[in-house]
Design a protein around this ligand. Structure first.
Ligand SMILES: O=P(O)(O)OC[C@H]1O[C@](O)(COP(=O)(O)O)[C@@H](O)[C@@H]1O
Ligand SMILES: [Mg+2]
Ligand SMILES: [Mg+2]
Length: 354
């Protein structure tokens, strides 16, 4: 007889224990572990603020125009302050944040750098839909001035850790230190507990995530890919597809980690969207790291996101990630367009994907 008590028989190990075990006596790993523990503490504090919703004031009110002219909301600023403050207790030299034009210097000689999107999905704050915090940890390379943008212009494969916290019906942390993708959930006492230490992104899922309202702005390969999904059983894919779009990348990514599928935010013809919307350093890099660690894939249309090197702090990148089979197929619409309805070769038209 099923009971109402669905709690796991034994609670998973804590984030602190998992990191302790992984770090051992390795000095670099211990620095990363200390940083992730501090960052997690900041997000736990933030989870409490977000859970208060309108009781904490109008968190969705627009305060200023941010780095890219996108309005900064009250919760963007609160999140930024909380996460950066939490990192002051860690061996972090500087933080690059979506909410700050330039890196914020913390401790110039410290060994690590952190890039953050303190609040992902700001447009959802007042609608009680999941939002998140995305982060990437990089080495502070010898001889580089941590306050300079150059210090952050690293390759995706330089990343030491990456992940996100999602503030949803429950708060969860997806984390990688390069030893698989780990899924933690926040318990009622405010401790992240391990749920799954070997997350795998399923293949064979028939679900895609894209903002369809941009259809008329896309270039041919993306239209062709989506058209073929929409054609369902009678189309070339010979199956019906479902569609989801939360407009919080963390929420779309979290769904894909649980049940597979694909997310696409391509470049398009709107002003300022040539390279899409997502930021390379603190949105695409960490999610791509998690995806690859979970046997999924993440590309800019041509190649792996992690093979890119950042060329500016707030650089945007076309971003496609999810189940490996589906991402590989989407890439073929770009790389072999003639195989998909005689469409013009992408790169002869214009540089949609970088
Ligand atoms: O409104 P759009 O263009 O569909 O944008 C949704 C996308 O923008 C983002 O919200 C950008 O994040 P921010 O809230 O950090 O600016 C992504 O999370 C999301 O997938
Ligand atoms: Mg974001
Ligand atoms: Mg943000």
């Amino acid at each position: 007889m099923p009971t109402a008590d669905h709690r796991a028989a034994a609670p998973g190990i804590t984030l602190a224990s998992a990191l302790e075990e992984w770090a051992g006596e390795d000095a670099r790993r211990r620095d990363v572990a200390t940083t992730l523990t501090a960052l997690a503490a900041g997000t736990i504090q933030l989870a409490r603020a977000i859970a208060e919703g309108p009781l904490a004031g109008d968190l969705a009110r627009t305060l200023s125009s941010g780095e890219a002219g996108e309005g900064q909301k009250a919760l963007d600023i609160i999140s930024n302050d909380m996460v950066i403050d939490a990192l002051r207790k860690a061996p972090v030299a500087a933080v690059a944040s979506e909410e700050n034009d330039a890196p914020v210097l913390l401790d110039p000689d410290a060994p690590l750098l952190v890039a953050i999107d303190p609040l992902d999905g700001s447009s959802n704050i007042d609608t009680d839909i999941s939002v998140g915090t995305i982060f990437a940890v990089f080495p502070h390379q010898d001889g580089t001035d941590a306050a300079s943008v150059t210090a952050f212009l690293q390759n995706g494969r330089d990343m030491l850790a990456g992940g996100y916290v999602i503030y949803g019906p429950h708060t969860a942390l997806m984390l990688t230190v390069g030893a698989g993708a780990w899924h933690f959930a926040l318990d009622k006492d405010g401790t992240f507990r391990l749920v799954n230490a070997a997350v795998r992104v399923k293949e064979g899922a028939a679900e895609f995530a894209i903002n369809m309202s941009n259809y008329h702005h896309w270039d041919d390969p993306i239209r062709a890919y989506v058209d073929d999904c929409l054609a369902g059983k009678k189309g070339p894919r010979e199956r019906d597809f479902n569609m989801r779009w939360v407009a919080s990348m963390v929420a779309d990514a979290h769904r894909i980690f649980q049940r597979g599928g694909i997310y696409l935010y391509p470049g398009d013809s709107r002003k300022g969207y040539t390279h899409g919307r997502l930021r390379l350093l603190y949105e695409a890099f960490p999610v791509a790291f998690l995806m690859e660690q979970a046997q999924g894939a993440a590309i800019d249309g041509r190649g792996s996101i992690l093979d890119l090197s950042a060329t500016s702090l707030h650089q945007r990148v076309p971003f496609i990630f999810g189940s490996r089979d589906e991402v590989t197929r989407a890439a073929r619409y770009h790389l072999e367009p003639s195989g998909h309805g005689e469409r013009s070769p992408l790169f002869a038209r214009r540089g949609l994907f970088i």
